[in-house]
Design a protein around this ligand. Structure first.
Ligand code: PA5
Length: 447
């Protein structure tokens, strides 16, 4: 059986001979540090063997909660930000029919996302839209104190109680949060909501295989057991495969070798629009894990062929500080042929009868060759199919690749001290009690 694998042959040609192999020791040491819990940030290594620790009983518990929400709701709003929503959104969009939400055919509830911005119009329009809906809420916040999520949850809780009554609201609001701390926990316990715990030792961006991701994905009607099985298999592969065949090792090594060779920006590309949010999840995983101590590859992302018509020029011909990592799906789920046209005004009848995916694949190969010719190293991550099993493999591969890569770079991949800076200023500007000194200082700066 095929697994997700990495092909870095078209990246290595940009590197001195043996550059990737020369990082083998560092990669193996990094993995050992993770395994032994001796690296910085070792309080947050719960994700490392999370897949193999997930039991069928735990999956059944999540499934049972999702059954309640699916029975009682036509719309489920997932309130969360960063690691508390990106993974769920990535999986749901990758597995879902791109247009089912428009048709609202009723088989699965619509999954909406909130709590990931402070846009007044967004929140207003959401609350207006929900007026016609039998909606429920999954409130996801590890800290339970995140402003964006707390704001959305206040609005949603109130509206849900008013529209559906307190008793029903209690059944259709579920919390995913810390075991004991934070407002989300306090509210869940006080109101008697069903709740799931985000383990202390799993940071937000590594939490997609906890109920943070699993519950919304199950609510959307997708097979979380398959997702977990894929992650479990990738956990085994990455724990045992030698460096030369280990996808996480190869990815961590090649991207560090490229970084050392001056490639400071990694562009994650897909040729399947359903993977757009997977790009977003990856950007957070790698950006928040590695961008610190004035180091780190800048993670950018594009959807091809769409963005070849906007970013293509820059990638082909701009500053040569980039490399490209393409997530390539081997087989699409559906079959569609390029149609015949009697008049052939566009001159495309030579493609008649070909699978649309064959055209896409040639666009992918042509793009890769053009970009390589233009001086852009290319790494391919190949997924046999876009299904729950292989998404599970991809997720764990990226997580382990990130942990190892961050350690090879020499940073603590599991903290995010830089994220606090904007919050401090925002609270000072909003005169939050306790921020009086910061408030005075920031106002003096602005006057
Ligand atoms: O990766 C992270 O730690 C962050 O992206 C958090 O997930 C995000 O800030 C949300 O935090 P919380 O779950 O505490 O609301």
């Amino acid at each position: 059986m095929k697994n997700v694998f990495v092909d870095s042959s078209k990246a290595k040609q940009f590197l001195p001979n043996g550059a990737v192999e020369s990082l083998k020791e560092k990669v193996l040491t990094a993995q050992q540090e993770l395994e032994q819990g001796t690296c910085p940030g070792n309080d947050y290594l719960g994700w490392l063997h999370l897949p193999s620790e997930i039991t069928p009983e735990f999956i059944a518990e999540i499934q049972a909660t999702s059954d309640v929400l699916r029975q009682e709701c036509d719309t489920i709003v997932v309130a969360g930000i960063g690691g508390s929503y990106l993974g769920a959104r990535a999986v749901i969009e990758a597995l879902g029919n791109s247009f089912a939400w428009l048709a609202n055919k009723g088989e699965n509830p619509n999954i909406l996302f909130a709590g990931n911005n402070i846009g007044e119009d967004y929140l207003y329009e959401l609350t207006e839209y929900l007026k016609g809906c039998r909606f429920g809420v999954i409130n996801i916040s590890k800290s339970g104190t995140t402003t964006e999520t707390a704001l959305a949850f206040r609005l949603l809780k109130k509206q849900c109680e008013e529209q559906r009554g307190k008793e029903t609201a209690r059944r259709v609001i579920v919390a995913v949060t810390d075991a004991v701390r934070g407002a989300a926990r306090t509210t869940a316990d006080k109101e008697g909501y069903k709740s799931f715990v985000i383990p202390d030792n799993v940071g937000g961006r590594f939490s997609v295989l906890t109920p943070v991701g699993l519950l919304p994905v199950a609510c959307a009607g997708f097979d979380i057991a398959e997702l977990v099985r894929g992650a479990q298999d990738m956990e085994k592969i990455c724990a045992t495969a030698p460096f030369e065949e280990n996808p996480a090792h190869q990815y961590a090594a090649v991207r560090n070798a490229l970084y050392q060779a001056g490639k400071k920006i990694e562009i994650l590309a897909n040729f399947q629009p359903k993977l757009h949010s997977m790009n977003e999840w990856w950007k957070q995983l790698y950006g928040e894990s590695e961008g610190k101590d004035k180091l780190g590859i800048f993670p950018a992302a594009v959807d091809f062929t769409t963005d070849l018509h906007s970013m293509g020029q820059w990638i082909q011909d701009g500053e040569r500080s980039i490399f490209e990592t393409v997530v390539s799906v081997e087989r699409p789920a559906h079959k569609l042929l390029f149609p015949h046209d009697e008049e052939n005004l566009d001159g495309l009848n030579f493609l008649e009868g070909k699978r649309v995916d064959e055209v896409n694949k040639m666009a992918e190969l042509g793009t890769c060759l053009a970009h390589v010719d233009g001086g852009v190293p290319n790494v391919r991550i190949v997924m046999p199919e876009l299904n729950a099993y292989y998404l599970g493999q991809l997720i764990y591969f990226f997580e382990l690749g990130c942990g190892i890569s961050g350690r090879v770079l020499g940073v603590n991949p599991f903290n995010q001290p830089g994220v606090e800076a904007y919050k401090k200023n925002m609270f000072a500007l909003l005169d939050k009690p306790g921020y009086e000194a910061e408030s005075k200082a920031i106002r003096a700066r602005l006057s």
